[in-house]
Design a binder for this molecule. Sequence first.
Ligand SMILES: C[S@@+](CC[C@H](N)C(=O)[O-])C[C@H]1O[C@@H](n2cnc3c(N)ncnc32)[C@H](O)[C@@H]1O
Length: 200
Amino acid sequence: MQRCSSDRDFSAYNAAQQARPVRLLARRAVELAAESTRTDGSGTAVELGCGIGVEARFLAENGLTVHTVDADASVERAMAALSADLPVHHRTTDLAQLRELPPADLILSCATLPFVQQPAFDALWSTMRYSLLPRGVLAVDLFGDHDDWADTDGTYLSRSALEALFDGLEIIELTEEERDGRSFDGRKHWHTFRVIARRP
Ligand SMILES: C[S@@+](CC[C@H](N)C(=O)[O-])C[C@H]1O[C@@H](n2cnc3c(N)ncnc32)[C@H](O)[C@@H]1O
């Protein structure tokens, strides 16, 4: 098992994602955002840790202007191709360095935020909360403290710490799961939270 985030080979992971279906978290988030965003269907989305752009494409095809961030430079070519066709604006940045995000109707992050170390995670979470517009939807995967990777250098949360992150937001769906399974690079015990919340 890798002991720190910098050991993880996200470029190999991302290269293998091209043909997979859009994640349920993104589908559900778009449904909810459509209920609460502008009447003309337009809106702004942010995706943190976009990988090869599967979810970003889906968001843009559903009428959103999408701002994507990922540290993996190997996805730049795919993201540039996506930007040529759809309103997708990509930047290659470490989320730990991110200080600003555009005002957003939807913030999505699939399987990424746990790889940001604390206290950078706390600063990033504040930036996300600040950029979320009233009625905006926040849809994220987070990992729990029973996860096999919880002793590595990312952010792995107890249930109470997780709930505290959403203070002041309306939690629409919170799914906590523990299971033995596989990661991209081997067997693993997963402890995950899938959360969709809305700013009042
Ligand atoms: C497990 S992949 C998930 C990718 C995609 N969201 C998906 O669901 O398939 C994690 C993604 O987060 C990116 N990532 C991890 N740590 C990051 C960081 N500190 N800053 C920016 N991106 C990061 C990786 O490059 C990778 O694309």
